[in-house]
Design a protein around this ligand. Structure first.
Ligand SMILES: [Zn+2]
Ligand SMILES: [Zn+2]
Length: 272
């Protein structure tokens, strides 16, 4: 296998040998005859397959990819000072309690469409596209204390999960765990009460909206461990901070955040 760079983060990071490639292409051809591929962001029927991510050209051009090699704390594009330290200029207080936060895509444009396809329709292709990209960005950060972290998804309230039938953050954590052979601590954390979605206009304070909303149900699986918290999107960071505080109180050594997308505000750490 030969490693190949991937600018869009939606194609495999390896290229199979020629015989395997032929078999894979034959398989894709047969599958495309039976199930014509559709763009996983807008649903448009594709006339050609573009990588494993299945994006149409318009959605591909509207996908804002956050560059690898950004600020080691917030992941935003950063310059480097003379002493070698990252200098992103962002206010990192939004990441209180988090060792770092990374995401492959900006929420605006196609990134948001992928999250909505996953969240609202349970679209498997969107799940695949997001999880492949998340694996790539987090892989380069799995060093030191984070070499073998435990994955914990930001939990959905049980009643909402019953209504929706799935928890998209848990699906992402499971896909990432399978890909990186990392433990997923399912059910380790719970949402104790239903909260209004953070983007809803009724939410006056995102911090208050999630205050006390989470609890660790099984601290034994997290005690002394490094935890990567997984969610579909980072908006204000209030949810991640609240979860991180609970995880640390339950004994987690360090907590970091991995999301599929990140919103950006005029001020602060690319958050909304
Ligand atoms: Zn599209
Ligand atoms: Zn930063």
């Amino acid at each position: 296998m030969q490693a190949v760079p991937c600018a869009c983060r939606m194609t495999p990071v390896w290229r199979p040998s020629a015989p395997l490639r032929s078999l894979r292409e034959l398989g894709h051809g047969l599958l495309d005859c039976l199930l014509p591929p559709h763009c996983c962001a807008c649903g448009e029927r594709l006339v050609e397959r573009i990588g494993a991510g299945r994006l149409c050209r318009a959605c591909r051009s509207n996908l804002e990819v956050l560059p690898l090699g950004g600020c080691l704390r917030c992941g935003e594009p950063a310059g480097v000072e003379a002493n070698g330290q990252d200098r992103c200029g962002n206010d990192h207080r939004a990441l209180a309690g988090l060792a770092f936060a990374v995401a492959p895509f900006r929420y605006r444009g196609t990134g948001g469409a992928l999250v909505r396809s996953l969240k609202l329709k349970g679209d498997f292709a969107a799940l695949h596209a997001l999880s492949v990209a998340m694996v790539e960005v987090v892989s380069v950060r799995l060093l030191g204390t984070f070499r073998r972290p435990v994955l914990v998804s930001v939990p959905m309230h049980a009643a909402r999960r019953r209504r929706r039938g799935f928890d998209q953050a848990e699906l992402l954590a499971e896909a990432i765990g399978r890909s990186l052979s990392l433990e997923v601590a399912k059910g380790a954390m719970v949402r104790c009460r239903e909260t209004i979605p953070q983007g809803d206009a009724r939410v006056a304070s995102r911090k208050q909206n999630v205050a006390g909303a989470f609890a660790v149900a099984r601290s034994s699986t997290l005690c002394g461990k490094s935890v990567v918290l997984v969610d579909d999107v980072m908006t204000s960071g209030a949810t991640a901070r609240e979860c991180a505080a609970q995880l640390r109180e339950a004994g987690a050594h360090t907590v970091a955040l991995l999301t599929g997308c990140r919103a950006r505000h005029a001020a602060g750490v690319g958050t909304s």
